[in-house]
Design a binder for this molecule. Structure first.
Ligand SMILES: [Zn+2]
Length: 397
């Protein structure tokens, strides 16, 4: 049985536009799963500082890394980094602390926003890079987006004076926000904070690791209370990165006991949210900002997470059917850029690894698309429960 569908273009509410725009010209090895081949490819890079994106290998040989030209390798989740000696000699001038602590996952998590804003600065970012990247987003069915980490004053000006100003909302981490000019502060949609890390380095604060670890909370309760008070005083929305359930619990404990007036609270990722925590979130008017493409982490992290936990990742059915979260109202979907685009969005929404992760097409459209089809459409078929024949029609004036 074949069914034809047409949906509006996407609003990708969690992406890293400046970061990816700066890095469009660097080597991305995400799709090459052959370790020897990837090493061979990196070896061919020129003898200057190189950036490599999308590294997927948990194990690697140090001799191989040292045999490469100067390189900073970013893993596909952007939470762990490898720099060889030749690379360190160059980067030490830019950011000595990063070079010294590159293997210290706790330090990396605590300083992640400063690393994610440093990397595009190493590479440099032009107006042309931004325009090309936005065309790339369009080709992939994305009309508008939120960039969760504005890089610096120059970047805010670049975006907000640029062609796509109205289609790119900017968030800034606490430190970057404080360094912005008063004029640029007004152009920021809200503040982004990180409560935990990521699954790869086992710093996401969840109880489901096979190793028995339970991840890393980046703030003490007192520190988090202070940051939230600052955000409340600035009267700004806040987007809160918490992959694991422990970070959301910490947030709820503070919100429930302090009743801080914050106009809009969005939790990013929430991959391991439990039913009990979800009910508390709903009561606190917390918006859930989740990534259907992360459902495939249930396959990627086999062996690292318990079987039970793999199945509990991205529990969309529980959130919608049992707790009453409503896509498009208090639940939104996005990609975090890993990967971005309608193909991954549809595949992971409609055909994820576990049944508890399935979104209906209607739910996906409500939580992931812009309101109407006047800007363009995405057309595709579903045949024998498989998604195919994707076409993106853009009619953006
Ligand atoms: Zn992100």
């Amino acid at each position: 049985m074949e069914h034809k569908y047409e949906i509006p273009l996407l609003y990708d509410r969690h992406n890293h536009v400046g970061f990816y725009a700066a890095l469009t010209n660097c080597l991305d090895v995400r799709h090459d799963k052959d370790y020897d081949n990837v090493i061979k490819t990196i070896k061919k890079l020129p003898n200057k500082m190189n950036l490599v994106m999308g590294w997927t290998f948990l194990d690697y040989n140090n001799e191989d890394i040292e045999s490469l030209p100067p390189v900073l390798i970013c893993d596909q989740m952007l939470h762990s980094f490898i720099i060889n000696k030749k690379g360190k000699e160059i980067l030490i001038k830019e950011n000595a602390a990063f070079v010294e602590n590159v293997d210290n996952s706790e330090w990396i998590e605590k300083k992640l926003p400063s690393i994610l804003t440093l990397i595009p600065r190493i590479q440099g970012i032009t107006e042309q890079d931004m325009v090309e990247f936005f065309y790339k987003l369009e080709e992939n069915g994305i009309y508008s987006t939120d960039d969760m980490l504005a890089i610096d004053n120059e970047y805010v000006a670049l975006v907000k004076n640029g062609k796509f100003a109205n289609r790119c909302r900017l968030w800034a981490d606490h430190e970057t926000y404080n360094n912005l000019s008063p004029e640029n502060k007004k152009k920021i949609a809200g503040i982004k904070i990180f409560l935990d890390g990521a699954l790869g380095p086992e710093t996401a604060a969840t109880r489901g690791y096979v190793s028995g670890k339970n991840g890393l909370l980046l703030y003490s309760d007192d520190e988090l209370q202070q940051v939230l008070t600052f955000i409340s005083n600035e009267r700004l929305p806040v987007a809160i990165h918490s992959v694991g359930e422990r970070g959301i619990e910490q947030l709820l404990n503070i919100l429930e006991s302090s009743s801080l007036p914050i106009p809009y609270i969005r939790v990013e990722h929430a991959m391991f949210i439990t039913e009990d925590i979800a009910r508390r979130c709903k009561k606190a008017n917390i918006i859930l900002s989740m990534q259907p493409n992360f459902s495939f982490d249930s396959l990627l992290f086999k062996g690292k997470l318990t079987d039970e936990h793999l199945e509990q990742n991205n529990p969309f059915r529980m959130l919608i059917d049992k707790v009453g979260y409503a896509p498009g109202e208090d639940m939104f979907f996005s990609s975090d850029g890993m990967p971005y685009g309608v193909k991954a969005a549809l595949e992971s929404s409609l055909f994820p690894p576990f049944s508890g992760q399935i979104l209906t097409l209607d739910e996906m459209v409500k939580g992931y698309c812009i309101e109407d089809k006047s800007k363009g459409t995405i057309q595709f078929n579903i045949e024998n429960n498989k998604f195919c024949d994707l076409m993106v029609q853009i009619s953006i004036g």
